[in-house]
Ligand binder design. Sequence first.
Ligand SMILES: Nc1nc2c(ncn2[C@@H]2O[C@H](COP(=O)(O)OP(=O)(O)OP(=O)(O)O)[C@@H](O)[C@H]2O)c(=O)[nH]1
Ligand SMILES: [Mg+2]
Length: 276
Amino acid sequence: MPSFDFDRNCYIVRIVYDGPGMAGKTTNLEHVCNVIPARQRSELVTPAALKGRTMFFDWVELEGPNHEDALVRFQLISVPGQEARNYRRRPLVEAADVVVFVADASEEGINDTQRTFARLRVSMRRRERPLPLVVQANKQDIEGALTVPQLRQKLRLADDVPFVRATANQGKGVKPTLTLAMRLGVESIDTDEVQPLLPQLANADTLFDHVLAFEDEPDNGEPIEVEELNLNAEAEADELSPEMIAAHLSVSSLDALERKAQRAATKKGGTRASTG
Ligand SMILES: Nc1nc2c(ncn2[C@@H]2O[C@H](COP(=O)(O)OP(=O)(O)OP(=O)(O)O)[C@@H](O)[C@H]2O)c(=O)[nH]1
Ligand SMILES: [Mg+2]
């Protein structure tokens, strides 16, 4: 939910750019900084980047419109997409008011995109309130890149989730993506509760300390639900209609149920044998 910063008398809407490694998240923020005048934004802060990969996050704050006598400021944060940095990614996603999912829509990137989206979906389900989402189908310049309808199907997203085509390294689609995310953020000020700004999320400095607190427990093993893992099976079944995919999914869960029942029966039999 959006926050209110009483020190600066402004609303804060946090827009988190999530997505797999090398999808173009940092490129989006860099382009935003190129097109928005310096007086309307902060510097782009990137604590420790290694060979072009985001290690912790990128952060920039933009001045937005007035909303009921107070300014809205947007904090744009991009996560580290590498799977090994998932423990740093998670607290950032949890702090989001709006998520921009930057999908690598190229054939090469689509598996990582699906896997990362499955993780995001788990985080979204854990929240009490729905998290507004914009999906950017990036790398449209690469031959064979998935179209928006193809990507929508791969990620199993309904028609009401907004998608934007983009080639972020040429600046294409970056601003429309941001505009949509900002609009969703401002709407959530009206429809959601607004909480006082948490000190640990106030600025890039405190956010860095917040993320560093997770270094002691680098647990990347976030559970992904069985249904989500079936995404890859589904990926092979490209030409299937939604009905066939639904049938396929229920068959896979039936198979899984059957195996589970068999395991339980064997275990039970074993116990009986040892006690009887
Ligand atoms: N061909 C192509 N390359 C792109 C596009 N967008 C970004 N790139 C390139 O992809 C590479 C990775 O981009 P980044 O923005 O650093 O990716 P990231 O998502 O921040 O990656 P991590 O920090 O590792 O999570 C860079 O070389 C970009 O120039 C695009 O639309 N098309
Ligand atoms: Mg990056």
